[in-house]
Write a protein that binds this ligand. Structure first.
Ligand code: SF4
Ligand code: SF4
Length: 632
């Protein structure tokens, strides 16, 4: 049977797991019924391995995630594997499931997730950690890996948060380090083989799986701490378990699987459109940016492959918008050709083109003017810091000339709305750096009034400045940096706000900032160790989940959890790390050497710029992957 015929063999008479009464009583019941266009239907009894892919957030958020669609496609291409999906039930259904002891179920076959062989949970942001426990709890699966038996599913974590999985390590049997397209086949083959044995043993399987590159089994490693709380040692408990877990990457983007018939959600997803991933990784080396490091090296898909994907996706989904996905679209070498193709192919059929993460220059403004309504849209800059000094510290690679030049061209092109994104609380930030944010906004507003004659103006210009508070992440040059208290963060936002009010063009300026409490907690989870797992478990057991949603987040409850578990938040946030401190994530070989990160950390203190991968190779270590920009 081919993959295509599975799709056509839809189980139209499927029985839903939840009763009509329950479905009628909860918000957006379509979140729980599955059977969407392009979802895969197979006979679950005819496969050797049942996998459940989980995004631990609500359906609309999870359905917007490209990574899950890629793995769903890849796994279901195997005849002996069936990959289904599950998302976090919203709190209204959560309450009913707990009260009635209804087990969490997959969307495809509407069967309990505890009956699956494996559950893969993608970890895209730290604030979803309590939702991992919600999924296990409703799934009626033990929270701790050590409490699971042969008949429980193998719980696997993947995604960007696995670059320091220690705060959640005790909840997982396997952590997958790297890109999902690479090691799953070997893992599935091994599991199917082991499962055939009469004396199948979960621990024996996990020990054997630890030999597969990129797979980390937390139970096979132990950690000891010094009196001051820092790590003394970290290593495997058995000799044949690898000391380092090496990140796996796709070396040929054109031959890796891509979902050209992605599932079309029933409930409007946060990003409800066709997505074309044009490249992976980024050539730039912004020192705060984890994505820019952990997806190195930059690898492009070829133009012809992308043209074919675009046509197929639009035909198979009926979406009326197509979006390019990339960390920095302007750096894609054939962007001009691709965008012109999309304009010719798509616009004639009324399909919109969305181009996020573009640098503002003559080319991007020209493209934007063809695909957007200028009056309604805005141009976006992410200078990240207000002063050039600070932009050099973070290695942003953006000068004032770039910003003013781009803004001037945008104003001449008819735009009068500009969005500016910054971070506060960056290492070494001074009051002058904070004040530079509204001063830059003011200068851009002044440029508008200088550039556009009165008779051509569409009212006042609108400059919206947003700041988020910086969180140091593992595997970045800023992994050694200290953070600040919530009050200190809010003081920084106040400096920006007060300075904005003093500006000549303050009526054209708007300022928004983020909550500081969430930032601090994110900071603890990002660089925490295994001791933080107790706190997450306590918080969940005392009612915390959906922490990524402001209405459910409670800092008081989290403070209570840290106190109850005797874990000090400040230990994780308020210290600049010693240059030779052992980090909880040091056993991961991300492909970039620690020497490179140290060098970049020290260069940042001097305000020295490091060139991007296109201009010069800085020997970060990724050459060992022998692909992408490193060999281009
Ligand atoms: S341009 Fe900088 S911030 Fe953006 S993805 Fe690349 S490294 Fe990260
Ligand atoms: S090895 Fe050189 S070119 Fe390759 S990612 Fe590292 S710095 Fe860039």
């Amino acid at each position: 049977m081919s993959f295509g015929s599975w799709r056509r063999d839809r189980l139209t008479m499927r029985k839903l797991f939840l009763s009509d009464e329950i479905l009628m009583s909860v918000e957006k019941s379509a979140r729980y019924i599955g059977n969407e266009v392009n979802s895969v239907m197979k006979d679950p009894n005819a496969v050797s391995l049942r996998f459940c892919m989980c995004f631990p957030d609500v359906y609309e958020v999870g359905m917007s995630h490209l990574g899950i669609q890629i793995l769903y496609e890849m796994m279901n291409r195997r005849e002996d594997v069936y990959c289904e999906r599950v998302y976090s039930p919203w709190p209204d259904l959560h309450k009913i499931m707990k009260e009635k002891e209804i087990p969490l179920f997959t969307l495809e076959t509407q069967q309990p997730i505890k009956n699956m062989d494996m559950i893969g949970i993608t970890l895209q942001y730290e604030m979803c950690y309590t939702n991992i426990l919600q999924v296990l709890d409703l799934g009626q699966i033990p929270f701790m890996a050590k409490d699971r038996g042969n008949e429980d599913p193998i719980i696997i974590g993947g995604g960007p948060c696995t670059y320091n999985p220690e705060p959640i390590a005790p909840f997982f049997d396997i952590i997958y380090i790297g890109e999902g397209e690479t090691s799953y086949d070997a893992l599935f083959d091994l599991y199917i083989e082991e499962r055939k044995k009469q004396d199948y043993d979960r621990m024996t399987f996990l020990c054997k799986a630890s030999q597969i590159p990129g797979l980390y089994m937390p139970a096979l490693y132990e950690v000891t701490y010094k009196d001051d709380g820092t790590i003394e040692s970290f290593g495997p408990i058995y000799e044949d378990v690898p000391k380092k877990v090496v990140r796996q990457v796709v070396t040929d983007m054109d031959s890796s699987p891509y979902p050209t018939a992605p599932i079309v959600p029933f409930v409007q997803a946060i990003q409800d459109r066709a997505v074309l991933e044009i490249q992976r990784g980024c050539i730039r080396g912004c020192r705060f940016c984890q994505a820019g490091m952990i997806y190195r090296p930059n690898r492009e898909r070829s133009l012809d492959v992308l043209k074919g994907y675009a046509k197929e996706i639009l035909a198979s989904t009926g979406h009326d918008e197509i979006s390019l996905s990339s960390l920095s679209s302007s750096d894609y070498t054939q962007l001009f050709e691709l965008v012109n193709f999309l304009i010719d192919e798509c616009c004639k059929d009324g399909v919109n083109i969305s181009l996020p993460s573009l640098r503002i220059d003559a080319f991007s403004l020209d493209v934007m003017s063809k695909v957007q309504d200028i009056k309604k849209s805005s141009v976006t800059f992410a200078p990240e810091a207000g002063s050039q000094r600070m932009r050099n510290v973070i290695n942003k690679g953006l000068t004032e000339d770039d910003i003013f030049g781009g803004a001037k061209q945008a104003f001449l092109g008819g735009w009068n709305k500009v969005k500016l994104y910054f971070m506060l609380g960056l290492p070494g930030e001074t009051e002058e750096d904070m004040k530079a944010i509204p001063i830059l906004g003011n200068e851009i507003a002044a440029l508008y009034y200088e550039t556009v004659p009165k008779e051509n103006r569409q009212g006042k210009c609108q400059i919206t400045m947003s700041t988020s508070f910086f969180v140091p992440k593992p595997f970045t040059p800023f992994q050694w940096a200290r953070m600040y208290t919530p009050d200190e963060y809010l003081h920084r936002a106040k400096v920006v706000n007060d300075t904005m009010k003093e500006q000549l063009n303050h009526k054209s300026l708007r300022y928004q900032w983020h909550h500081a409490d969430v930032t601090v907690l994110e900071g603890v989870f990002a660089r925490g160790d295994r001791r933080v797992a107790d706190v997450i478990l306590y918080a969940y057991e005392h009612g915390q989940f959906f922490d990524a949603w402001g209405e459910f987040f409670s800092m008081e409850k989290w403070v209570e959890a840290f106190d109850a578990c005797g874990v000090d938040m400040d230990f994780y946030t308020m210290r600049e790390r010693d240059i030779d401190e052992i980090f909880p994530w040091d056993y991961i070989d991300v492909g970039i050497t620690k020497e490179f990160f140290k060098r970049e950390w020290l260069r940042s203190k001097e305000g020295q710029i490091t060139k991007n991968c296109k201009d010069a190779c800085n020997g970060c270590g990724c050459m060992t992957y022998n692909c992408g920009i490193c060999i281009r």
